[in-house]
Design a protein. Structure first.
Length: 407
């Protein structure tokens, strides 16, 4: 049926459009994978396929500057404008704190690379100025152990240390009271002004805590309500009761319904209309042709049956004379020494078959295959069967056995 592909395409287009439109209706919330931090306002997933939400971002899901993404392994990523990307470990919405870690598990290296929160809505929980030392060589002085053992008030930075050296960090205020030549002769200063967003007791090579104050969603969190934008255009936020969502349809939901139902419904209606019109037109043509054929048959009267030519049966083919060539290859027509079908020269001991109507001859195996599919001579296109059926040829009956040429 010609219209079946059109109908199938229309249905597929309808289902696909409904699915995509419904996916854009509500894309807020979700997570990158099972066990990863739950993402909700003021944060929003802006890139990467998530575990339980669409991959199409909704720009009204989060506050500016709180965009997150999912990397290839399903980890939640935050990009700080001046410091690069970090992995989000955990988000405490009730205290507005986010825990981040370095993808390379070495935050001190990021601190040495001028870690900064400028241009972001986040501030450090606390800030300390630290000095980093590189201590190497054989230990001297009292005690045994690494050279860092002689730097009082410092701690080892494991991810920056190696087999032949140790990197130590200490508060710069404590370093100023240190006599480096006497107290740590094997150490040299890497930097004395490394700003780190941690306090000394909370030092960690793994993660750090950042806080935000705007937008202030703490009142909503304390009341068990949902924080979000008050309207569809501004940045003013407010609290909403999750239970109120079932009492009415929000403007965003109505917009999603228009996209998810209205437009696909219109496309489906147009597609089905085209399908029905094509179907009716096809039936009308079929009826017209049927009526025309009946009228023509009535006016023309009975017609003689047409003759459909096909191949010959095997008894008819075997009735054509055969010739076995001897060593001298004596042919009925010496100039015709090549089989017109396979284009090979006739050789001794090969069997030829002649078509009696036109006396053209060929290799027996070649012409036999030809006559099984075609009732005409390959060269002159005459139909030997008709002449053979109408007028029995003496040569047909007399040459049914093989004719041997004189060697």
């Amino acid at each position: 049926m010609p219209s079946s592909p059109l109908f199938s395409f229309t249905l597929s287009l309808c289902f696909l459009t409904i699915h995509l439109s419904a996916a854009t209706a509500d894309t807020c919330g979700g997570s990158c994978r099972l066990g990863s931090p739950t993402v909700r306002f003021p944060f929003a997933l802006t890139a990467g396929r998530t575990h339980n939400s669409s991959s199409i971002p909704n720009t009204r899901c989060g506050f500016p500057g709180f965009g997150l993404s999912c990397d290839g392994s399903g980890q939640t990523v935050i990009a700080l404008r001046s410091s690069g990307e970090f992995i989000v470990q955990y988000i405490e919405y009730h205290s507005q704190v986010v825990y981040i870690r370095d993808p390379g598990d070495c935050l001190p290296r990021r601190y040495l690379d001028s870690f900064s929160l400028e241009g972001t809505p986040f501030v450090p929980e606390a800030t300390g100025i630290f000095t980093f030392l590189n201590c190497s060589g054989a230990p001297t002085g009292p005690g045994s152990g690494s050279p860092s053992a002689f730097v009082p008030g410092s701690r080892r930075v494991g991810c920056l240390s190696g087999e032949a050296f140790t990197v130590r960090a200490m508060r710069t205020s404590a370093f100023r009271g240190l006599n480096l030549t006497a107290d740590a002769p094997m150490c040299r200063v890497i930097s004395t002004a490394v700003r780190i967003p941690v306090t000394w007791p909370r030092w960690s090579d793994a993660d750090t805590r950042l806080i935000w104050s705007l937008p202030d969603c703490l009142p909503c969190e304390e009341d068990g309500k949902t924080c979000g934008f008050r309207d569809e255009t501004g940045l003013e936020i407010g609290c909403s009761d999750p239970g109120e969502k079932s009492q009415g349809i929000s403007r965003r939901a109505r917009y999603g319904l228009v996209l998810g139902v209205g437009i696909p419904g219109l496309i489906c209606t147009i597609g089905l209309g085209c399908f029905i019109c094509t179907k009716l037109e096809s039936r009308g043509r079929d009826r017209f042709h049927s009526a025309a054929d009946l009228a023509a048959a009535a006016t023309m009267g009975p017609q003689p049956a047409s003759v459909v030519l096909s191949g010959l049966d095997e008894p008819t083919i075997e009735s054509y004379p055969k010739t076995l060539l001897g060593a001298s290859r004596r042919l009925p027509k010496p100039s015709d020494n090549t089989c017109p079908i396979c284009l090979s020269e006739y050789q001794p001991k090969e069997t030829l078959r002649t078509i009696p109507e036109c006396n053209h001859y060929y290799h027996a195996e070649c012409i036999d295959e030809w006559l099984k599919m075609n009732a005409t001579c390959p060269l002159c296109r005459n139909t030997p069967e008709s002449s053979a059926a109408s007028t029995p040829s003496p040569s047909l009956s007399s040459t049914s056995s093989s004719l041997l040429s004189t060697p």
